[in-house]
Design a protein around this ligand. Structure first.
Ligand SMILES: *Cc1c(COP(=O)(O)O)cnc(C)c1O
Length: 493
């Protein structure tokens, strides 16, 4: 297995090289050189734990890792840090299945990959024998930042710097990041939105002069965003695990097809589902659910990607994104890996904020269906799901469930469907409580959480309770064009 750039500079990297590098020098993302087909192995997965399935899948991609290295990485990740033995929980609600991916430390699905990625990176560094310290640069719309900070906290030979939109995350998300412990962590709020943060970080990665300057001081840059293949591959696992779980509980028969509905921002999560399908998992449709920032809805329905619009701040901030980076990896596949085409489209996106795919590529989008939910739909979905089924969902999961309802209404498809649930309702407790038509105006975040607990009888996660006592450590705020200065300050370069 090699990893190759979507923009075709003939890089052929091993998994560990690609994980360390993060993004290719030509600005492209690394993709696996082929998709291993595991259709015939699916039946062996029955009765396997989450960790065992993770091993079976990761070993297909991490071919330069030793068996024990992969097993160690997995063992150190999917352990008691998660509230469930198998890291995730699946809840049947009204004939749908909610795949709860938010039982890790930071209460969002980002933990699924960011608990293991630091171990993959550390192992990669040891294998290759680099003497430099790896500096993880991460732009976050809220959840990646905290999950990456927790994952990399005090990991030897690494430092982590997180940039988040100061006014674009929930109160709990902000508190989670600003109280981050660990001597190798640095958190900076920026005046700007997530796209600003992500573009600035991507520019830094392609600034060779800056990289050289850091290298002279013993630092190499890498990324914990889902542009890093080490982040994406572990996300393939829960698509397989949830499918197998439905087979072993008798909800479906082996090789029946299922749909997945994925609340989408940077297109990393749903891309992992597409990779799972390419590997032979019986998936009918991947339903791409957007909020009011519905660039992807337009793209799937028209073939035109147009980011020339105002970014709206919604109650699902982790999806407030207009440039979905991982779509580049999908373009790579649907163009039959034509790197010149991908490069051309990405150049258009950079220069004009726009591109359009041809009819051949458009036909290959048939694994997907796209919908979006407006803010009123999100509110009423949270309320209806709670009142009808006594089940509390967060704002992002509500986007997904409402999109699923729209999909069924349009298509009458009755394929069994898994709703990918990406965050705990407590992470966005103010908007969740408001949706249940409770006044939150005189309450602080912890009082809101208490009230939500009284209503729902779902226990407040310990990691929220601990925030109450934690000291605010990170107070930096920066302009979006001054991130290099922030980096140098922290690294003392
Ligand atoms: C990151 C995130 C998303 C979007 O996932 P992508 O991989 O960026 O598409 C959705 N919901 C929550 C809660 C998230 O943290």
């Amino acid at each position: 297995m090699d990893f190759i750039s979507t923009r075709g500079n003939n890089d052929k990297l091993t998994a560990s090289q690609a994980i360390i590098k993060g993004i290719s020098n030509d600005g492209g993302l690394y993709a696996p050189s082929y998709f291993p087909n595991i259709t015939n192995k699916l039946k062996n997965f029955i009765d396997m734990t989450y960790s065992e399935i993770a091993f079976e899948l990761l070993k297909e991609f991490l071919t330069d890792f030793k068996v024990d290295e992969i097993k160690n990485c997995i063992q150190n990740s999917y352990d008691e840090k998660f509230g469930y033995k198998n890291a995730v929980n699946i809840r049947k609600v009204n004939d749908s299945y909610f795949l709860e991916l938010y039982h890790g430390h930071t209460l969002a699905f980002k933990d699924m990959a960011l608990t293991i990625m630091p171990h993959l990176l550390k192992t990669s560094i040891e294998k290759i024998g680099i003497n430099n310290e790896v500096v993880i640069l991460t732009a976050t719309s809220g959840d990646t930042g905290k999950a990456a900070l927790e994952g990399f906290k005090d990991v030897e030979n690494t430092k982590i710097i997180v940039f988040f939109p100061e006014d674009g995350v929930s109160a709990i998300q902000k508190l989670q990041m600003k109280t981050q412990k660990g001597k190798n962590t640095h958190v900076v709020g920026i005046r700007g939105n997530f796209d600003d943060a992500q573009s600035a970080v991507k520019d830094i990665f392609s600034d060779e002069k800056f990289s050289e300057e850091l290298l002279e001081n013993g630092y190499v840059l890498s990324s914990a965003n889902s542009i890093n293949i080490g982040r994406l591959l572990p996300q393939v696992v829960y698509y397989f695990y949830s499918y197998i779980n439905l087979v072993s509980t008798g909800e479906i028969n082996m090789y029946d097809k299922v749909n997945f509905v994925v609340p989408t921002g940077n297109f990393g999560n749903i891309l992992a589902g597409y990779y799972a399908k390419k590997m032979g998992l019986p998936i009918n449709k991947l339903i791409c659910a957007s909020n009011d920032n519905n660039v992807l809805y337009d793209f799937f329905n028209t073939g035109k990607y147009d980011k020339n619009r105002i970014l709206k701040l919604t109650t699902s901030p982790s999806m407030d994104i207009l440039i979905s980076s991982n779509l580049e990896r999908l373009l790579f596949e649907i163009s039959d890996r034509n790197t010149a085409t991908v490069k051309g489209l990405m150049n258009n996106l950079n220069s004009q904020g726009y591109y359009e795919i041809d009819s051949n590529m458009k036909r290959k989008l048939d694994s997907f269906h796209a919908e979006y939910s407006n803010e009123a739909d999100v509110n009423s979905t949270i309320k209806n799901v709670f009142e009808s089924f006594n089940y509390l969902v967060d704002t992002h999961t509500a986007v997904a469930y409402n999109c699923y309802k729209n999909y069924v209404q349009k298509t009458s498809d009755n394929t069994k469907t898994i709703i990918v649930s990406t965050a705990s309702p407590y992470k966005f407790c103010e908007d969740v409580l408001k949706s249940l038509e409770h006044d939150t105006s005189n309450l602080d975040d912890f009082e809101i959480a208490d009230k939500l607990q009284d209503l729902s009888k779902v226990k407040i996660p310990d990691s929220i309770l601990r925030l109450k006592e934690d000291e605010i450590i990170h107070k930096n705020i920066s302009d979006k064009d001054k991130l290099k200065i922030e980096i140098k300050k922290f690294l003392k370069v």
